[in-house]
Structures are given as C-alpha cells and as structure tokens.
Design a protein around this ligand. Structure first.
Ligand SMILES: [Zn+2]
Length: 292
C-alpha cells in the first residue's frame, strides 16, 4: 500500500547551516496540493492552494531554509497557518525560522505554555529553553477547531494526556487524510512524554478514537515513520494494548522495573516495533513507573 505513494527525495545543500546531520526532506505526494515531508524530525503536513499555505509541524531549527525552499518548490508560499501538533522540539523547532507576522501559529493551549516556559525531557536529557515570542502560537484552543481553505475542511482535535498534555490531530475531511502528530509512531515503539502530561492509557484511548474516525482509504501521516493506513494504526493499538496489559500484570505481581525488563514481555513485538528510537529494555524502563 505504501508503495502506491510516489516519493521524491530533495536533498539540497544549504550553505551556512552547521549541523551534525545532513538536512533532507523526503516529499510524499498525497493529493495534488497535499504532501507529507519527512526528514530528521517529526513528519510535516503541507497543504498549498489559492487561499494560502497550511503547514503542520516544522521539525527542527536547522531544517528551516530547506523547508522554506521545499514549500516554494511545491507551489506554496509563506504559510498562512502553522499548526503545532505538540510542543516537542522535533516538531516545533522550525517555528522561529518559518513564522513571521504573516503566519498565525496555532496549537492547543498547553503547547504554547510549554514553549513559552521551556521544558525538560529527562529521558533524553533534553532541556529546551523558553522560545522567543516570534516562535510562540498566537492562536490556541482547548478542544477542537476548524479551518476552511482551499476547498478543504481541516478539523483539529485535541486528545488529552496522550503523547503529551497538548496533542492534536488534524483531519483533512474532503481528502480523507489525517496527521496524527506523535500519538502514532508507525513501526516504532513510541516515546510517551509522561513527564509532561502524556500517558500510555491516554495514548491508547487516542488511538482508539483515531481508528473510529478513519476508514480503509484514509491516508495517515504519523508523527514518525512512513505514511500509514488504518491497518497500521490497528496494529499499533494492538501492540500498545498488549504492552499496557503486560506491564500492569508485572506490576500487580510486585515486579521491579529490572524484573519487568528481564521478563521480556514484548518479545513477540520486537521484530516489528523495536528497531527505532528505543530498545525494548529502554522503552519498558521509561514507561513502567507510569503504568497504573
Ligand atoms: Zn513528540
């Protein structure tokens, strides 16, 4: 199914960028005016059209010039709206480079709070300082919001206590496409930011809602990993539900985190989900304390 979507790699050398990683963005065409852009950070959604450009997430700061160039190459302009699915630096790092007075940055209220105050993610030993005013959302919402442009209805929905405390998914209703933010890691054990309001049960509930509001033809842009289908989302839910039940059982049995890791509960899932961000040991280690 994934092979059906044409993928074009654009790798431009941007002078003046000093970063350890080469900046690159893979472009996946979803419709004539909707694209998924993938590179070193979270996946980006891009809609272009006569009513303006709508951008969902912007990876990390160094990608800014390449992202601008890519938007232009795909027929877009300075974004009219930039929506942040959550506060993490690999989804909002380009806010300062991309945003300007013509761009309204939009997010759930907790995203603005965490960007404004700065944040800590101990799991990655990552401290992000407070963002400058120009990188902050200027429009925030608490539950949902609709945008109407380019013949499309974009429905933004907040999912509480999922990957963080400020996650949103964006549905392109006419095109039957959804950007899930980091509620969905396709083919990878997910990072769940329990230190900043996320939870495994909240993520499972959010994924359930996403499954209930998509169909077999929906193209799903996950926060990380390749473009997905509803079947991929269902497999993800199965894995998360199993992980939650296993960790609960181990906890009920009084196992320490070391014993839970040694019990190797995810052995049947490792081949499919374990090759990404975390080893299974690290993943269980991060989540075990938060499982109730
Ligand atoms: Zn994230």
């Amino acid at each position: 199914m994934k092979n059906l979507f044409a993928t074009l790699t654009i790798a431009l050398a941007i002078p003046g960028i000093s970063t350890a990683q080469e900046q690159k963005l893979d472009v996946t065409k979803l419709t004539e005016n909707l694209h998924m852009l993938s590179g070193n950070g979270g996946n980006i959604g891009l809609m272009t059209g006569p009513d303006g450009t709508f951008l969902i997430d912007d990876q990390m700061a160094p990608v800014g010039p390449l992202l601008k160039e890519t938007i232009k190459n795909l027929g877009g302009e300075q974004p009219r709206f930039l929506l942040n699915t959550h506060y993490h630096f690999d989804h909002t790092g380009g806010n300062e480079a991309i945003g300007n007075a013509d761009t309204a940055i939009v997010s759930h209220g907790n995203v603005r709070k965490r960007l404004k105050n700065g944040s800590t993610i101990s799991a990655f030993d990552a401290k992000t300082p407070p963002a400058p005013a120009s990188a902050l959302p200027v429009v925030t919402f608490s539950q949902s919001m609709h945008f109407h442009l380019n013949g499309e209805t974009l429905r933004t929905v907040h999912f509480p206590r999922a990957h963080t405390d400020g996650d949103s998914a964006v549905y392109f209703e006419e095109s039957n496409i959804v950007h899930t933010g980091d509620i969905f890691f396709n083919g990878l054990y997910p990072f769940i930011d329990t230190e900043n309001g996320g939870s495994l049960v909240g993520t499972i509930a959010a994924v359930q809602k996403l499954i209930a509001t998509t169909d077999d033809n929906t193209k799903i842009i996950p926060g990380h990993g390749p473009l997905a289908t509803r079947a991929d989302l269902i497999a993800y839910q199965d894995m998360l539900t199993f992980a939650n039940a296993s960790m609960r059982d181990l906890k009920k049995a009084g196992k320490t985190v070391e014993q839970a890791i040694a019990a190797d509960p995810m052995v049947d899932y490792d081949a499919k989900w374990g090759g990404g961000l975390f080893t299974t040991e690290k993943w269980i280690g991060l989540l075990y304390a938060s499982v109730i």
